[in-house]
Design a protein around this ligand. Structure first.
Ligand code: GAP
Length: 459
């Protein structure tokens, strides 16, 4: 049962330490968020799940972690310097800056209703910076607006060092920056975010088949982290709305509290990027009066082993935003329940985040029944340490003292199980395991816990 509106998620995220406004002590910067103790765990788990599915569980994908800052020519030849624009207008009355393609009425200010608006102009969304101490045009660089361009720029490095040939992919997870005209809907549209991107290189002519393949693979992945297919609308993007590099794109649109919106784009990027960087390489060598190398080692190409000729591979690109994934998973997990009393009448309500166990920020909380009994605390601590060594993710030693309250708090942050150590545990070596979703409790010997938890978390 998803949240009724975004404010429920915002409030839970702030209260329980998932997400904070960045630079909040100085009034905050709009469109910039920090991930707190639970947020960083959830984010890491989502990224690990993506990496596992896209790299480890396949035999045709390599990983990359490139620089965040990019050479000005990288973004010139990618087309971003000229075309990565959104149409912007400014209200002459209240001075609000607005994105005209997202306005309710492009003739009326969304903020104050005035019709006195400036002529729309193209606003480039890249963050420009001065790289190094020299302040002339040659020192211009950019924060990358997508991780993809560094993947293309490393195509030759990766193929040379791994002997890969299409079909194969290069995966990368990392920060991207866009100076959005308006940042809104909590972490949905922000100016600093992370992308999980795969550039999958294929032989020209096979791209349509691979495009369908990746659409199916990605839907399966979303299901595996708790976002059902029925919650995702596939938008076969209209030609007029395609990005400058795309011949066809499937947008996966999740039903957020603010409506259906893009969580992932799966684009058929043709040979646009590798082709442009290859052409650029030739131009660059000529301009710099460097010997123009006509061989493939300066070109971003692959070799057809039958004909010995070189070709520029086509690219299929599934690209998902970590923050949008976070918000979708959070919304899917969010549940408010009424708990019946002994007579079957509603007694109380609880908020539960029903995360899939492998995604949950805390895997298990170990709670001593009384925090002022050293022998209970010692047993609970050593149990926590032993379970932590299983490598399943974060296990928390929870010594708040009140077990009932601890259960509710852990329901609210989605901890799959709470393990309570009581006085009997000292005698019989058993503990009480309480399940987040059913609230059922069972007694298990401590020796059975590693297998029990591993099955629960890893499936
Ligand atoms: N390399 C392809 C690319 O960047 P995109 O559709 O512009 O394509 C891919 O971005 C994904 O990145 C989107 O589906 C979205 O999840 C995420 N994303 C893009 N802009 C974002 C923003 N301002 N805030 C949060 N996530 C964003």
């Amino acid at each position: 049962m998803p949240a009724n509106d975004m404010s429920q998620l915002v409030s839970l995220c702030q209260r329980r330490g998932f997400i904070f406004q960045s630079s909040e002590i100085y009034g905050g910067l709009k469109g910039l968020y920090d991930f707190g103790p639970l947020g960083v765990e959830l984010k890491n788990n989502l990224k690990a799940a993506w990496w596992r599915a896209m790299v480890y569980e396949r035999d045709d994908v390599e990983g990359l972690d490139s620089a965040i800052i990019g050479h000005q020519l990288l973004f010139k030849y990618s087309g971003h310097a000229d075309t990565f624009n959104d149409p912007m207008t400014e209200c002459k009355k209240c001075h609000a800056r607005l994105r005209t393609d997202k306005m309710a009425d492009p003739k009326k200010c969304d903020e104050c209703g005035s019709t006195d608006l400036m002529e729309p102009r193209a606003f480039n969304m890249m963050f420009k910076l001065q790289y190094g101490p020299t302040e002339d045009g040659s020192s211009t660089a950019y924060l990358r607006p997508e991780t993809a361009q560094h993947i293309f720029a490393n195509f030759k490095n990766v193929t040379d060092s791994t002997n890969r040939r299409p079909p194969f992919g290069i995966a990368q997870i990392g920060k991207a920056y866009r100076n959005e005209i308006i940042a809104r809907n909590f972490i949905f549209r922000v100016r600093e975010f992370e992308q999980m991107e795969l550039e999958f290189f294929v032989v020209p002519g096979t791209e349509d088949k691979w495009h369908e393949y990746w659409l199916e693979e990605r839907l399966k992945w979303w299901e595996s982290i708790g976002v059902a297919r029925s919650k995702i609308r596939i938008n076969d993007v209209a030609k007029a709305d395609l990005a400058h590099y795309s011949k066809r794109t499937f947008d996966l649109e999740y039903e957020y509290p603010h409506g259906h919106d893009e969580v992932e784009g799966i684009a058929s990027r043709t040979d646009y990027d590798l082709g442009n960087h290859t052409k650029a390489q030739d131009e660059f060598n000529l301009t710099a009066k460097v010997h123009k190398n006509t061989h493939s080692n300066t070109k971003l190409t692959a070799q057809n082993l039958e004909t010995n000729s070189h070709y520029v591979p086509f690219v299929i690109e599934p690209s998902a935003g970590v923050e949008r994934c976070f918000l979708a998973v959070m919304n899917e997990a969010y549940t408010e329940e009424t708990i019946p009393g002994k007579d079957g009448q509603p007694e109380s309500t609880r908020t539960v985040l029903k995360f899939k166990p492998h995604i949950a920020p805390i895997k298990a909380a170990v709670i001593p029944l009384a925090k002022n009994k050293p022998e209970l605390v010692a047993l609970a601590k050593s149990l926590k340490n032993d379970l932590q060594k299983l490598g399943l993710g974060r296990i928390l030693f929870e010594d708040s003292g009140n077990v009932g309250k601890a259960y509710r708090r852990h329901d609210e942050v989605g901890t799959p199980v709470c393990i309570t150590v009581d006085f009997e545990s000292l005698e019989d070596g058993a503990v009480t395991i309480r399940d987040r979703d059913t609230m059922a409790q069972q007694r298990l010997p401590i020796t059975a816990l590693p297998a029990h938890l591993t099955t629960l978390i890893k499936g």
